[in-house]
Design a binder for this molecule. Structure first.
Ligand code: SF4
Length: 328
């Protein structure tokens, strides 16, 4: 595939865990060598849910450090903080001239989350409009997403179509989804999606001992009651994690030994722990080095925002022009 502009964002939820890593960031690290990529810590999106302003700066920095430590290289992609580029909020508002309210109200995520809020906030409803602004500001044509974001992407395409129809045919591309290889990682309980708030995660920078302590009791195929019972790898979360961390020949061995009861689940988990630790150890070391140099992190983020802003301003000038705003 010829290089294209790629945009993706991640919430400032502090340090990455293996679920975020396998679900998104592992793929981003590959994409940065293939495409022209922007990766953004979307702190403006974070305020659409209840949050503590006192914690937001540290959560944002920790996420940025995690992205660098996981392998995003400022020489090969642009990493920045969303609120550092004010054009995101401007385009968000300008899109309110074409964003369809009925379709926003029909978004599954809005319906789910609004039911859990006593007083529903405008930001929650308008979240996909800001997402459209995030991507289209850079005229990105590819968006790496999980399956749960496909509906938002369709709305983004609709906003691009409506804006183009009214203000300039062909101006914005209609972004396409890039679905990630490991789509959905369950938590260690094997039930819910992996999430820090549920306490069913392994952090990207945990020590080898802590990783093993968490993997050892993790849920497996419930039909494997004794070591002699054959299992079904496809329904076991440990197998999903092997697919994320182990080389293909080991994944094939895991599937075979599981189906034939060739080993016990503890053997299987030990193998997973070895590959997970081998992947995560250099990341933990890079994160420690970055944390020792907070000024360096700030400078990297400032440079990333500057590069993003240069692209964003070009779009905003053209959009203002096409929408009929008077020059200063
Ligand atoms: Fe899961 Fe491995 Fe046990 Fe099979 S052998 S059920 S893949 S942990």
């Amino acid at each position: 595939m010829a290089p294209q502009r790629v945009f993706s964002g991640i919430q400032p939820s502090g340090e990455l865990h293996i679920g975020n890593y396998l679900g998104a960031v592992q793929n981003w690290v590959t994409l940065q060598s293939q495409h022209d990529c922007l990766f953004c810590v979307v702190d403006l999106h974070a305020i659409t849910q209840p949050y503590d302003p006192a914690n937001l700066p540290a959560l944002t920095t920790d996420m940025a450090v995690s992205l660098y430590a996981a392998g995003l290289d400022p020489e090969r992609c642009i990493v920045f903080i969303q609120s550092h580029v004010a054009e995101h909020t401007e385009l968000n508002w300008l899109f309110s001239a074409v964003a369809p309210l009925g379709e926003l109200e029909r978004q599954t995520q809005f319906k789910d989350k609004s039911q859990r809020q006593e007083s529903v906030l405008l930001g929650l409803l308008a979240y996909p409009v800001l997402q459209a602004a995030d991507v289209l500001l850079y005229k990105a044509s590819l968006v790496p997403v999980g399956e749960d974001q496909v509906q938002h992407l369709e709305l983004m395409r609709e906003i691009a179509r409506r804006w183009n129809a009214r203000f300039g045919q062909g101006y914005f591309p209609e972004p396409q989804p890039l679905l990630t290889r490991t789509k959905r990682v369950l938590g260690l309980d094997g039930k819910a999606k992996m999430s820090k708030s549920l306490g069913n995660t392994i952090g990207l920078f945990e020590s080898p001992e802590a990783i093993w302590e968490k993997l050892r009791p993790a849920a497996t195929d419930p039909a494997r009651v004794t070591r002699k019972d054959p299992g079904t790898p496809e329904i076991c979360n440990i197998y999903t994690l092997h697919q994320g961390f182990s080389p293909p020949e080991v994944v094939a061995e895991v599937a075979d030994k599981c189906r034939t009861a060739g080993w016990g689940c503890i053997d299987c988990k030990r193998k997973l722990a070895d590959h997970m630790i081998a992947t995560l150890t250099p990341m933990r070391e890079r994160a420690a080095a970055l944390k020792r140099d907070p000024t360096g992190v700030t400078e990297r983020l400032r440079a990333g925002a500057q590069r993003a802003r240069t692209l964003a301003q070009r779009t905003i000038v053209e959009v203002r022009e096409r929408m009929g705003f008077l020059h200063e």
